[in-house]
Design a protein. Structure first.
Length: 290
């Protein structure tokens, strides 16, 4: 039996995981969240592990006092915390979001699930049909599958897929609406069984007109080991595009994929915009050939 994954905030408190620490108290930390929803977004976490604001009123009150100290420095702001998955809690270590606000910030509240809210706020889904993991895969329409590493559930790493979907919506000008297949789950609700997720992803990659691999390799947070296997399975399909940003934390771990891609004539891109453009071109070629 495997042990449960360590609490990401406890790992930060113990200095075993990286974080940008903005302020420290004897019993709490203020950190910059990865993938914050606006400029100035801060997380305040207690050094003591408690699951949520209802677990220990003393710890909750002290953490709120620290958050209030930050909030006092902002002209307008929200303080937000949640308890339980139905209330959108995803990390089960008490944390308070402190969000500076302005009249034109266009921040939708509640913003969770962040991926869907971010795409809707940007108008990303206006030009494309987004199909999430384990949802029905449409037939007879052009489809791009977004392959690559997925942030761990409950972590504080931002997904790259909303930006890719926004870019696809901006670039697509085909006669039919483009369907984007994402292996991330609607509402952040993961599959009950691994086989359900793996089976859907296999079917989605097979059904896709193009498979866009975007690999911002980070061995600490986005290792992408499964992505390596999927790329090996799909590299000869005639549907693949490889995107490897040179400024990712571990670009050297993408060198072999780049070598294999070039041996198979797969487009290799260094920016997400370039990779999306190449994926659209591949999708148009394959739809024309079908």
């Amino acid at each position: 039996m495997t042990s449960p994954e360590p609490c990401p905030f406890c790992e930060i408190v113990a200095a075993r995981a990286p974080a940008t620490i903005l302020r420290e108290w004897s019993d709490a930390l203020a950190i910059k969240p990865r993938g914050g929803v606006n400029d100035g977004h801060v997380l305040v976490i207690p050094r003591t592990h408690v699951a949520d604001a209802g677990t220990d009123p003393t710890v909750s009150a002290r953490t709120m006092a620290c958050a209030a100290e930050l909030m006092a420095e902002m002209p307008s702001a929200n303080i937000i915390t949640s308890k339980g998955s139905e209330a959108t809690q995803s990390v089960y270590h008490l944390h308070l979001h402190v969000l500076p606000r302005s009249a034109d910030d266009k921040l939708l509240l509640p913003w969770t699930p962040q991926q869907e809210a971010a795409m809707k706020a940007a108008g990303a889904e206006d030009g494309v049909n987004v199909v999430y993991a384990r949802e029905e895969i449409p037939t007879g329409v052009p489809k791009v599958f977004l392959a690559g590493p997925t942030p761990r559930a409950g972590g504080n790493v931002e997904s790259w897929r909303p930006a890719a979907i926004t870019e696809l919506a901006a670039q697509w000008n085909g006669e039919q609406q483009l369907t984007v297949l994402t292996p991330e789950s609607r509402g952040g609700k993961r599959a009950a069984h691994y086989d359900d997720q793996a089976g859907w992803e296999t079917a989605a990659r097979k059904a896709a007109s193009a498979i866009l691999f975007w690999i911002p390799r980070d061995l600490q947070t986005l290792p992408g080991f499964t992505t390596n296997v999927e790329f090996g399975l799909d590299v000869g399909s005639g549907k693949t595009v490889l995107g490897c940003p040179p400024d990712c934390p571990n670009p050297e771990r993408n060198r072999y994929l780049i070598y294999v891609a070039r041996r198979h004539g797969v487009p290799v891109c260094t920016s997400l915009t370039e990779a999306v453009n190449a994926a659209i071109a591949v999708a148009e070629i394959n739809e024309g050939a079908s």
